[in-house]
Design a protein. Structure first.
Length: 113
């Protein structure tokens, strides 16, 4: 189960890297939160939010995963036109889909503060 859960998260990160959000295994009612998006729900809303950042992404690198049951904490970094942004993101996976994603990162490089 651990490997399948981590593979789901890696498929999401790979979708960002490939700039193809149709590859992201998101549940229809996924709950997501981060410093820019705030709290929101729905795969369409999540994809709409993420699509605004796709042109700025040069690369995505996974640094580590910690997995327990349905949860994965992933330390990853995204290489962007704003510089490299380290991210810690907590995912909850159910039936091969991400049902929750909470991202922690410093938004200042993106918002220009």
């Amino acid at each position: 189960m651990r490997e399948e859960t981590v593979k789901t998260v890696e498929a999401y990160l790979n979708a960002l890297k490939q700039k193809d959000l149709s590859l992201a295994p998101l549940a229809g009612d996924v709950a997501f939160e981060d410093p820019i998006a705030g709290k929101n729900t729905g795969a369409d809303n999540f994809r709409a939010f993420l699509s605004g950042f796709l042109p700025a992404i040069n690369d995505v690198r996974v640094l580590s995963h910690i997995c327990e049951d349905d949860y994965v904490a992933t330390h990853w970094e995204v290489d962007t036109v704003f510089g490299i942004i380290p991210i810690l993101e907590k995912f909850r996976v159910s039936d091969g889909k991400i049902v929750e994603a909470i991202g922690f990162y410093d938004p200042r490089p993106i918002i220009g503060s």
